[in-house]
Design a protein. Structure first.
Length: 101
């Protein structure tokens, strides 16, 4: 599964918060600063291409549903973060933050 950009991650947080819905629903659930409708719609289409959401057409609009749950994404993200920055050692991660207080 591809890593998300900051913009995609913000969109996914709104999607997870809303559960499922239309782009307008995700705009309401999106943290500030809220992107323009067209920007969010384009971002959600990219998330669909990456396999993070799926859609179904209802009339003239699409309803989107997350494919991956938030907890699974966090687990994958943290594993990659620890691997890339702390030599795959959670002990190194804890030591780093203990020193930083």
């Amino acid at each position: 599964m591809e890593k998300l950009t900051q913009q995609e991650e913000a969109a996914m947080l709104a999607i997870w918060k809303a559960g499922k819905g239309l782009v307008k629903d995700f705009l309401e659930a999106h943290a500030a600063p809220v992107p323009p409708y067209t920007t969010l719609a384009s971002t959600i289409k990219n998330l669909e291409k990456k396999g993070y959401v799926e859609s179904r057409k209802i009339g003239n609009v699409y309803e989107y549903t997350p494919v991956i749950v938030e907890e699974e994404y966090k687990k994958r993200f943290m594993h990659g973060f620890v691997k890339d920055y702390f030599e795959n050692s959670y002990k190194e991660l804890v030591t780093f933050f203990a020193k930083e207080k």
